[in-house]
Every structure is written in structure tokens, then in C-alpha cells.
Design a protein around this ligand. Structure first.
Ligand code: ATP
Ligand code: MG
Length: 403
């Protein structure tokens, strides 16, 4: 009895995208995701990826599949996935194997239906006949069941494919979205807060490969604060794939701001300088966009005027996936992706250390630019870019022993 995983990516996601690129990237991401878990063989046909565990016996194969499923549920580009039983393309073999295989699912259900998909049209039975006959046999074996074709508790699916037939009953929802890497690269401004990790998740879901940068101001900010951000990167890797991370030295710029610029403009100037540095790092990394965790009106630096002031120094599009979201909605996602508990640890951020008492709510671009021109930040920006420390977080680290 050999079980495999069927991964479905659905035709919808393929529209407008180069289909084979999409499939190749998804397959590569899946392989990478399962690399450290054990040996699998992969194949693809008809909008489905087949993942076959290579194990000595059925029990070991079952364990591999059980571990693979939750990992695959975090891979973007997968619409649905299920464990399925491989059968010969022979109706007798299908029924004989399906009856015990489906026991757990059918015993827990009150109603069911059978669906057949016949990709191999040379199979002697047509789909309605497969459904009717297998349905009848299952009703006999599981007499507590009733058929419900509109809203069944369990849908038993029989797929007749080129090589084999497959039976499955428990289809699980995938992470959706597009495979990471199909939409290009982007540079995330990653603070230690709740929002920016959620922004990373949301843009990775649209197929962007994310690289992160964090601005640290030691000794005002501690080593613990930096470690917290690194932990966030690790937490993101199951969704984003391996992730490069830059820690940018920001102390000199902040001290200079404090000495020479009006206090009410601190935050907005800091944002602009972060943006300039992030764009330079983004160019080095071949990124086509910047991502931030900003949400309109959340704080003084996130009013329309403030956003205009930061965008004015950006050299590429700034993506703000949380712009229209409430904090409650953002928190919900941060819990789902398991970054919330790390984000709420109380380590100071460079923004909080240098928060002005009365930030300008509607900073005018000319005034902000003028305030910034009081200091020649260019050499400091260059120094920060050069001094940024890069580290790569591989995605196996968080879930398996070693890389
Ligand atoms: P978050 O919860 O992501 O920290 P926030 O609500 O605290 O966001 P701000 O502190 O104003 O809001 O930051 C807005 C955005 O600016 C963040 O989402 C992040 O993208 C970026 N940012 C802020 N501080 C830093 C930092 N120290 N390093 C890198 N990016 C930062
Ligand atoms: Mg913050």
C-alpha cells in the first residue's frame, strides 16, 4: 500500500503566467522544502505534482508524509494537497485498496460522495460508472453512510492517470498565492514589530523572494533586539524560503539627526534615510521593489504626507501590503504565521529610542527636504551600506536539525 502526496496548483494560477516557469519554480521550492526531511521522488502531470516518499516500508513512508504535509501547507503556489493511495489502473484493485484505506475518513463521516477524474480516457469505465459502482460498494461496507452529492462530509476522489490510479478523501487547503521567486525580488524593511513580518508573508504570497534589512543603533538598541529580528527571519523562512538579512549600522545617522535636525522631523527624516539605504541595498541584491509594514494612519509617520516624503527618496516602487488593514487583522495573520510572540517581546527599536515628543503629522515635502539638506548624509549613507552585515537564513534551520 503506497501512499503519496498530490499537490494541486489549479489552472487559475497559471493564467497570464508562463506555465512551465511557474511549475519549475514551484517544484524547486517544494524540493528545497523537503530536502532535509528524507528522500522523495517528484513528477508532474496535468496541474498536479506527485511526491512519492522513498522509504523501506509503508510505516516509514507514512511518517515521511505526515511530516511533509505541514511543511507543504506553507509553500506558496499550492492551492490544495492531499495524501493519496496509489492503485493499479484496475477497478478491482482500486476497490480492494480503497475500502480499508478510507476507513478512518468514512467512519468519521455521515455523508459522502464519490468523484472520478479520468485523465486516461482509455480506462474502460467512464467516470459516472466509477462513481456509481464504487459508491455502491462503499455504502455496503460502511452502512452508516448516506450519499450527499451537494454537501458531503467526505468526498472520495478516484483519479485515473497515465501511470496509476489514485484514491483520496482528505483534501487540504494549500497556502495559495504564487510560488516564491516567480515575481522577482524585493527588499523588506524589517523592524522588530508586528507589522513588517506580516508584510513579508503577504508579498511572498504574491511570488516575491524577500530579502530583509534591519536598522540597528547600538548601543541605544541592544544585541537582544537584533537577535529578535533574526528570530523573525527564521520564522518567516517556511513561507518565504531562504532569506538574506542585512543588519545596517544606523547609530551615526541617528546621532547626526539628533544633533542637527529639528526634533519634529526626526521620524520622517529617519524614514527617508532608511529608505535611501534600503534602495541601495535593494539594487545590490537585484530587487525591484521595497516592502514596508506601514498601515495608513497607524502612527504619525504613516499619514499620506509622511508616505509622500519617504516615497520621494525611493528609487523603486514601495509596496505596502498592510496599508488598508486594521491592527486586529494584522495581528491575526502574525499569529497564524507564528511571528506574534516574538514581535511582542519588549526590546527597543531604533525608532522608539529616538521618538520625538511632537512629530509633525503633516510634514511638507519641501520642509522635510530642507531639514535634511542641513547635513550631508551621503557619506554616512555610503558607510551604512558598506557596513551592513549580511547573513542568510536557510529555511531548514527552523524545522530540522541542521543545514
Ligand atoms: P512594525 O510593527 O513593523 O514595527 P510599526 O507599526 O512599529 O511597524 P513603524 O515603527 O512606524 O511602525 O515602522 C513602519 C515600518 O518601517 C515598519 O513596518 C518597517 O517596515 C519599517 N521599519 C521601522 N523601523 C525599522 C527598523 N529599525 N529597521 C527596518 N525597518 C524598519
Ligand atoms: Mg516598529
Amino acid at each position: 500500500m503506497r501512499e503519496i502526496i498530490l499537490v494541486k496548483y489549479g489552472e487559475m494560477a497559471l493564467k497570464g503566467l508562463n506555465r512551465s516557469t511557474f511549475e519549475d519554480v514551484l517544484l524547486r521550492n517544494i524540493r528545497y522544502r523537503l530536502k532535509k526531511l528524507g528522500k522523495f521522488t517528484y513528477s508532474k502531470a496535468q496541474s498536479t505534482i506527485y511526491i512519492v516518499p522513498e522509504a523501506e516500508n509503508d510505516a516509514a513512508a507514512g511518517e515521511l508524509l505526515a511530516e511533509a504535509m505541514p511543511r507543504l501547507k506553507k509553500v506558496f503556489g499550492i492551492a490544495a494537497l492531499c495524501r493519496a493511495l496509489t492503485c493499479e489502473k484496475d477497478f478491482a484493485d482500486i476497490t480492494e485498496k480503497a475500502i480499508p484505506y478510507l476507513a478512518e475518513a468514512l467512519n468519521a463521516a455521515k455523508t459522502f460522495k464519490v468523484e472520478a477524474k479520468r485523465a486516461d480516457k482509455s480506462f474502460p469505465m467512464k467516470s459516472p460508472q466509477i462513481c456509481a459502482e464504487l459508491g455502491g460498494i462503499l455504502l455496503e461496507k460502511y452502512p452508516h453512510l448516506k450519499v450527499n452529492v451537494t454537501e458531503p462530509d467526505v468526498t472520495v476522489t478516484v483519479e485515473i492517470r497515465d501511470e496509476n490510479a489514485y484514491v483520496h478523501a482528505l483534501r487540504e487547503k494549500g497556502a495559495g498565492g504564487l510560488p516564491v521567486g516567480t515575481a522577482g525580488n524585493a527588499m523588506l524593511l524589517l523592524s522588530g514589530g508586528i507589522d513588517s513580518p506580516v508584510a513579508a508573508y503577504m508579498m511572498a504570497k504574491r511570488g516575491l523572494r524577500v530579502t530583509a534589512c534591519h536598522f540597528a543603533s547600538p548601543p541605544y538598541t541592544s544585541e537582544r533586539a537584533r537577535l529578535k529580528v533574526e528570530q523573525l527571519c527564521e520564522k518567516l523562512t517556511p513561507w518565504c524560503g531562504s532569506m538574506a538579512f542585512y543588519c545596517v549600522p544606523f547609530t551615526e545617522i541617528q546621532e547626526e539627526l539628533q544633533r542637527n535636525c529639528p526634533e519634529e522631523y526626526f521620524t520622517i527624516l529617519m524614514r527617508r534615510l532608511m529608505m535611501e539605504i534600503a534602495c541601495k541595498l535593494a539594487e545590490i541584491e537585484g530587487c525591484g521593489a521595497i516592502i514596508t509594514g506601514e498601515s495608513l494612519g497607524q502612527v504619525a509617520s504613516q499619514t499620506l504626507n509622511a508616505l509622500q516624503c519617504t516615497d520621494a527618496v525611493a528609487t523603486m516602487p514601495v509596496l505596502r501590503p498592510l496599508i488598508g488593514m486594521d491592527k486586529v487583522e494584522i495581528v491575526e495573520i502574525s499569529r497564524k504565521i507564528d511571528t506574534f510572540d516574538i514581535s511582542v517581546q519588549p526590546y527597543e527599536d531604533c525608532c522608539t529610542v529616538f521618538t520625538p515628543r511632537h512629530p509633525k503629522l503633516r510634514p511638507r515635502l519641501e520642509d522635510v527636504a530642507e531639514a535634511q539638506a542641513a547635513v550631508d548624509f551621503a557619506p554616512m549613507i555610503e558607510a551604512a551600506v558598506r557596513g551592513a552585515e549580511k547573513k542568510v537564513f536557510a529555511q531548514h534551520i527552523s524545522e530540522s536539525q541542521s543545514f
